[in-house]
Design a protein around this ligand. Structure first.
Ligand code: BGC
Length: 450
C-alpha cells in the first residue's frame, strides 16, 4: 500500500459537545437544559448516568487544551451551552457564562488551536422546552436571538460556526422515538421539529450575514441507505429511508424543497408548505459539516416506524460497540454523492470515529486501541479517495477528543482518542491519539485501509 498524503491546507481537528464533556451544568448562573432534566429522570439514561460531572472539562479545559497541543491538533470543534449563556433561552445574558467561553477560546487561540463552535448540540434551555421547545414555531426566533448574541461577542475570535448539529437526530431521537431529550414520541411533532430546526438554521445564517466575518455552516449526520436486495420493495425501502434521514435535510438546504417521499412517510402528520418557507433555509452556507459513522443496508419492513424499513446485519462486516457497520467505502460514496447531487459544496467532516471496546492500560502504560486506529485510518483513506475524485473536503474533526457521555447510552460507549477514567476523570492518551499525532505531523497515511 503506497503512502498517501493530505494537502498542506487540510485541517485535522477533534470534536466534542458541551453536555457530553463539561460537567458542572448548573454552575456560575447556568440554568437547566433538556439534557439535564432528561438524565435526571429515572429510566432515561443507562445506569442513571448524567452529565453532572462528565469529563469535568468545565474545570479541566486547560489540561485538555494542553493535550490537544501535545498531539499537534490545531482545530477544535466544541459546542456552547445555550443555558450557560442565556439561562432563560432568551433575554438576559449570563456574564459568567460568557466569561467561561472567553477563557476557553482565548486559551485555545493562545495554543494555536482554531475553534469551530457549534451553537446547538442538543441541549435546549429547559425554559424554552416549557414553551414547547422546537415544536413551537417561535423557536426559530429564539435561536436567532441566541445566535446573534454569540456572533456579536465571539466572532472576532471564532472563525468557523456550525448552527445546528444533526437536525435528524434531534427530530427523530428527541421527538419521534423519545430515546433522546426531550423524550417525546410523536410523528406530528417530529415533522414540525425537523422543519423548525432548518428554519432556525436559516434565521441564524441571516443574522450572521449581517454581522459575521468568517465561515458558517450546519452539521448533518448522513447515512447512505443501500437496498438489501434487488427486489422492488427493498429498493423502495432504501429510497424512503434516504428521504427521511438524509434528503429531509439536504434537499431544503441545497435545493429549497422537501423530498416528495416525506408525504408518504409522515402520512396524516405531513404538513404541505409554501415554497417560500424554504427560501430562508437554502441561503448559501460556507461549508457543509458531514458527520459520518455508518451505512444502512436496508430492507422493507412494514412494522418500521415511520419508515417501512430496517437495516440488516451484514455477516461479512465488522460492527462497532454501538452496533454500527464499519463501511469506509460508503463514506467516499457519500462524499461523492454530495459532490454530484448537491453542487460540490466545501465540506468539513465534523464528526467521524468509533466506539470500540478498549483494552486496559498495558504494562508499558499504553492503551493499544488498534481497532480504532484501523477505523480512523480506513475512513481517512475514504476521505482521500473522495478528494482524489473531486470532492471539496478540506478538513476532518475526529469524534471524539475524549471518552464522554454517549447520551442515553451513558459512559459505557467510548469514542475518545483520549481515555477519561469515569471515576477520577484522569486522562490517558490512547494509541489512536498517537496515531493521529503522527498523521498530523507527517500529513501521510501509512496504515493500509481495512
Ligand atoms: C453526535 C455525537 C455523538 C456521536 C456518536 C453524533 O450523532 O453528534 O454527539 O456522541 O454521534 O453517537
Amino acid at each position: 500500500m503506497p503512502t498517501r498524503s493530505f494537502s498542506d491546507t487540510f485541517c485535522f481537528g477533534a470534536s466534542t459537545a458541551a453536555y457530553q464533556i463539561e460537567g458542572s451544568p448548573l454552575a456560575d448562573g447556568a440554568s437547566m437544559s433538556i439534557w439535564h432534566r432528561f438524565s435526571h429522570t429515572p429510566g432515561r439514561v443507562a445506569r442513571a448516568e448524567t452529565g453532572d460531572v462528565a469529563c469535568d472539562h468545565y474545570r479541566r479545559y486547560p489540561e485538555d487544551i494542553k493535550i490537544m497541543q501535545s498531539l499537534g491538533i490545531r482545530h477544535y470543534r466544541l459546542s456552547f451551552s445555550w443555558s450557560r449563556l442565556l439561562p432563560q433561552g432568551q433575554g438576559a445574558v449570563n456574564p459568567q457564562g460568557f466569561a467561561h467561553y472567553d477563557r476557553l477560546i482565548d486559551m485555545l487561540l493562545a495554543h494555536d488551536i482554531m475553534p469551530m463552535v457549534t451553537l446547538y448540540h442538543w441541549d435546549l434551555p429547559a425554559a424554552l422546552d416549557d414553551r414547547g421547545g422546537w415544536v413551537n414555531p417561535e423557536s426559530e426566533h429564539w435561536f436567532a436571538e441566541y445566535a446573534q448574541v454569540c456572533f456579536k461577542h465571539f466572532d472576532d475570535r471564532v472563525a468557523r460556526w456550525v448552527t445546528i448539529n444533526e437536525p435528524w437526530v434531534i427530530a427523530d431521537g428527541g421527538y419521534m422515538h423519545g430515546v433522546l431529550a426531550p423524550g417525546h414520541k410523536s410523528a406530528y411533532e417530529a415533522i414540525l421539529v425537523g422543519h423548525h430546526l432548518m428554519r432556525a438554521h436559516g434565521r441564524a445564517l441571516e443574522r450572521y450575514r449581517a454581522l459575521g466575518r468568517h465561515q458558517i455552516g450546519i452539521a448533518l449526520n448522513l447515512e447512505p441507505k443501500v437496498p438489501a436486495s434487488n427486489s422492488e420493495k427493498d429498493i423502495y425501502a432504501a429510497r424512503v429511508a434516504d428521504a427521511y434521514m438524509n434528503r429531509q435535510y439536504l434537499d431544503p438546504l441545497f435545493k429549497g424543497q422537501a423530498p416528495s417521499e416525506l408525504a408518504e412517510v409522515f402520512k396524516d402528520a405531513w404538513v404541505e408548505r409554501n415554497p417560500e418557507e424554504y427560501k430562508l433555509i437554502c441561503a448559501p452556507i460556507d461549508f457543509l459539516g458531514v458527520n459520518y459513522y455508518t451505512r444502512g443496508v436496508t430492507t422493507y419492513d412494514p412494522s418500521g416506524w415511520p419508515v417501512p424499513a430496517r437495516s440488516v446485519i451484514q455477516p461479512d462486516s465488522a460492527y462497532t460497540d454501538t452496533g454500527w457497520e464499519i463501511c469506509p467505502s460508503a463514506f467516499s460514496d457519500l462524499l461523492l454523492r454530495i459532490k454530484h447531487e448537491y453542487a460540490n459544496p466545501l465540506v468539513y467532516i465534523t464528526e467521524n470515529g468509533t466506539a470500540l471496546r478498549d483494552p486496559p492500560v498495558n504494562a508499558a502504560g499504553r492503551i493499544a486501541d488498534n481497532h480504532r486506529i484501523a477505523y480512523l485510518s480506513s475512513h481517512l483513506h475514504a476521505v482521500l479517495d473522495a478528494i482524489e475524485q473531486g470532492a471539496r473536503v478540506e478538513g476532518y474533526y475526529v469524534w471524539s477528543l475524549l471518552d464522554n457521555l454517549e447520551w442515553a447510552l451513558g459512559y459505557s460507549k467510548r469514542f475518545g482518542i483520549v481515555r477519561v477514567d469515569p471515576q477520577d476523570q484522569n486522562r490517558t492518551i490512547k494509541d489512536s491519539g498517537y496515531f493521529y499525532q503522527q498523521l498530523i505531523q507527517s500529513r501521510q497515511l501509512t496504515q493500509s485501509p481495512q
